[in-house]
Design a protein around this ligand. Structure first.
Ligand code: ZN
Length: 240
């Protein structure tokens, strides 16, 4: 009888221990599954972070491979009367008008114009103190785009009026918009507003190809025009 009850108690103990074992095993499995889930979730988050950060530094070749349509932009800088045959006009500036008009006409992409724009207080501004020649006062004849370009301009071509050499608003507009393959700059003056805008855009969009068309630009002097082209070349802006 004693042997029998000892046997029963052994079996009961065994069953209790085995159920503990099974219970433990389940918890372990659950813990393991949870850990795997956590790990894969972490990897997913890291992958998402990588994708987001790499999107900003993608080159246009990568985007082209993915089949995203890239647009080209032409920026026509300050082709205004005062810089051509007005207050600050030069014969070199007058000589590029037809080339610029041809470029605008045949350009396959978005065309944007900029206008140097000052108020009546021009002579009290920093620029006015350094260059005391009143020019491009908003609303005056000298401030208008050259007539040959005015007739080519459609409503879809934006104009950025800028109070100084480089247009921060233009650079921000280009950066915020669609994917851009290349930005080409033409206009006046090579050594002031063309170079300022080219470098400003380059700083904002280092992966976009930036070009300047030599025969569609003129400087304050032929020498300063040539110097500016050299400076832009050194900063990896293509002079074509
Ligand atoms: Zn000015």
């Amino acid at each position: 009888m004693e042997i029998f009850s000892a046997g029963i108690s052994f079996i009961i103990n065994y069953l209790v221990l085995y159920s503990y074992y099974l219970f433990d095993k389940k918890i372990l499995t659950a813990k393991r599954t949870y850990a795997i889930l956590l790990l894969s979730n972490k990897q997913q988050v890291n992958a998402d972070k990588y994708r987001k950060s790499s999107r900003n530094i993608e080159t246009h070749q990568n985007i082209e491979r993915k089949g995203i349509v890239m647009k080209k932009v032409l920026v026509v800088v300050d082709m205004q009367k005062d810089f051509i045959d007005g207050a600050l006009g030069t014969k070199e500036a007058a000589a590029i008008v037809d080339h610029v008009a041809e470029t605008v006409k045949s350009f396959d992409g978005e065309v944007i114009f900029t206008r140097d724009t000052h108020g009546d207080d021009y002579l009290e501004t920093q620029e006015g103190r350094n260059l005391p020649v009143v020019h491009c006062i908003q609303g005056t004849d000298g401030w208008q785009l050259d007539k040959k370009l005015q007739v080519l301009r459609t409503d879809s071509m934006k104009i950025f009026d800028k109070p100084t050499f480089g247009s921060v608003a233009l650079a921000e507009y280009l950066k915020a918009g669609e994917e851009i393959e290349s930005i080409t700059l033409v206009g006046l003056c090579t050594d002031i507003c063309v170079i300022s805008n080219a470098l400003l855009i380059k700083a904002n969009m280092p992966e976009v190809e930036i070009k300047v068309i030599e025969k569609c630009c003129a400087g304050v002097t032929p020498q300063s025009h040539a110097n500016a082209l050299e400076a832009m070349k050194m900063c990896q802006i293509q002079v074509v």
